[in-house]
Design a protein around this ligand. Structure first.
Ligand code: FES
Length: 575
């Protein structure tokens, strides 16, 4: 047997018990489908505010999707896949220490089938197997008011389960943060409206008369109900039994030692993930996505025993590649060592004083995104402040800072760093590169205007007019939270894009220009730069270069920004 084959076999055996990426995907997509089902169901409930007739009208359309044979097949398949894979994931757990929302996901997921059984029997089963009338009015007439409590519980439990799942599945999408507030509002509004519609329609139904179910129909539903309830109870007993067996197996099975730098060794059953080991032994360990392999905040460096963990593959491999992690760095939530290893947790858990939303902030420890970066430097600052009283210098610097901040913030920019005679601003509020580039250019134009105004205001006070050089470049930046966990921590932009913007600002002196705009920014903005001179700016001590437009003054920049942007330039950030 070749060594490669031996390695393959070893890695295959080490993978046993891992949460396979296809499983994650299937669980996620089945969850999306079930969420869509619950959403349409609750919206239909909400229509009950306008009466049973309106509710039933919408129900016909909903049935076209969910009662059709493709809709039914998809729905039942999603139920089976989601239940099976979620149960499997729970069975894999080596610790029950977890954040509250994760615990609620498990509890609500196990409760939904119990709460939904009665509802399913009186609707789907009664309708499809016994031909009963299962329109809203008929079902509400039959079940009102006995079901108010259980149905309300079902709405709350199913909806919260879905919303938390959706939040964790989508939160790393670049567009998510823009939709977070409307999403929170809808997450509260939809179940409230559904409850209101349900109560209103239920009260209306109780005053009407619908054809009662025949004895055969009632008996048939009851008979099937016995079978289904026995099945659910059997499933629950089998699941609890399986969990117990797995627990016993782990208790009597082999253990391994994970040694944490700074925390020492801990002993855990073989097959435990490093993140589970941290949670079991109270070792601070960030896990922004709750161990779903999507955020990389749990990453660890393997200091010893690298051969005792399987090679990364699938989702883990993809996320490690995306952050260009060295081979010794792994995701703690995905790594289940088969033997002793030694690790170092790479990302510290943020101090509680930093933010109340620790989870959201942890994400921002290292978020990469597209941005336009503007670097501004005040020229001849030493001459400007020569022979000035400290008070005068403070007034000048503060006036300058306030005006520049306003110019940046009025165009959706953010001050990254501010020093006495300059600043770095980041424009990253849009997913569209064009929007960020235009914002930076318009901010630069405002800065030019403000400097003219300041010069007019301070004529006779300053020895020379205030002048500034500006460099603007567009590209990827890493936003990282910088600080020591005790003092104030700030989000700062890091990366080549900032260095290039700074180099352009520096080159503005050589080209006797107020502003240097990289060709990337100019192209992204869609503005017309045709009258401007394109220059070659040397970077890295002359090893590389970049093309940039030299804009002589604020007036010429205004010409550019007042040109109509070329259509079709709204590219997505990073595209
Ligand atoms: S906790 Fe998010 S990748 Fe591990």
């Amino acid at each position: 047997m070749t060594s490669t084959t031996q390695d393959d076999q070893k890695h295959a055996s080490l993978r046993t018990g891992r949460d396979y990426p296809w499983g994650c995907l299937a669980r996620q997509w089945s969850g999306f489908l079930l969420f869509a089902f619950v959403l349409t169901h609750l919206l239909n409930h909400a229509v009950g505010i306008f009466g049973i007739e309106a509710m039933q009208y919408v129900q016909q359309w909903r049935w076209l999707i969910w009662q059709s044979w493709p809709g039914s097949v998809l729905f039942y398949a999603a139920v089976v896949v989601h239940m099976f894979l979620s149960g499997y994931r729970i069975a894999l757990r080596r610790t029950w220490r977890m954040p509250p929302d994760e615990m609620w996901q498990i509890v609500s997921g196990l409760t939904i089938p119990l709460l939904a059984v009665g509802h399913v029997l009186q609707t789907r089963v009664a309708g499809s197997m016994f031909g009963a009338d299962i329109s809203y009015g008929s079902v509400l007439f039959l079940m009102w008011p006995a079901v108010v409590f259980s149905q309300t519980m079902l709405i709350v439990v199913a909806w919260s389960h879905g919303v938390i799942g959706l939040h964790h599945a989508l939160r790393y999408q670049p567009w998510y943060r823009h939709w977070r507030i409307p999403g929170y509002i809808l997450a509260v509004l939809i179940p409230c409206l559904a409850f209101a519609g349900f109560v209103s329609a239920g009260r209306e139904a109780s005053k009407l008369t619908f054809e009662p179910r025949t004895q055969e129909q009632a008996a048939g539903v009851e008979e099937v109900g016995m079978v289904v309830r026995s099945g659910v109870a059997g499933f629950a007993v089998a699941f609890v039994g399986l969990m117990g067996l797995l627990y016993l197996r782990r208790r009597v099975g082999s253990t391994i030692t994970i040694t944490y730098r700074g925390y020492g060794p801990v002993e855990v059953p073989a097959g435990t993930s490093v993140l589970e080991a941290s949670r079991t032994h109270h070792i601070p360990h960030p896990s922004s996505c709750r161990g779903r392999g999507r955020c990389a905040t749990c990453r660890v460096q393997i200091l010893a025993g690298e051969g005792n963990v399987a090679e990364p593959f699938g989702a883990e491999s993809a996320i490690l590649n995306s952050i260009a992690a060295p081979p010794s760095v792994r995701l703690a939530c995905q790594v289940r060592p088969s033997s002793d290893i030694s690790v170092r947790v790479l990302m510290p858990v943020l101090g509680r004083h930093v933010t109340s939303d620790q989870d959201a902030e942890a994400l921002e420890w290292a978020m990469e995104r597209d941005a336009a970066v503007l670097v501004l430097d005040l020229r001849a600052f030493a001459t400007l402040t020569q022979n000035r009283l400290p008070y005068e210098i403070a007034v000048l610097v503060n006036r300058f800072s306030n005006e520049m901040c306003q110019a940046v913030e009025s165009h959706d920019g953010r001050i990254d760093v501010m020093y006495g005679d300059g600043l770095t601003a980041v424009f990253d509020q849009s997913e569209h590169r064009a929007v960020n580039a235009r914002s930076a250019l318009r901010a630069a134009q405002d800065m030019g205007r403000v400097l003219e105004m300041l010069n007019a205001e301070m004529r006779g006070v300053l020895p020379i007019p205030i002048r500034a050089g500006i460099g603007i470049h567009t590209g990827r930046v890493v936003l990282a939270r910088i600080g020591d966990g005790i003092h104030q921590q700030e989000i700062r932009a890091i990366g080549d894009t900032l260095s290039v913007a700074a180099a352009l600002e520096s080159a503005s002196k050589d080209f006797i220009a107020d502003c240097m705009v990289s060709k990337e920014t100019a192209d992204a903005s869609g503005f017309n730069f045709s009258g401007m001179v394109l220059r070659e700016v040397m970077l890295d001590g002359g090893h590389t270069s970049i093309q940039a437009y030299a804009i002589p003054d604020a007036g010429r920049l205004e010409q550019v920004t007042s040109s109509s942007p070329v259509l079709g330039t709204l590219k997505l950030a990073g595209a």
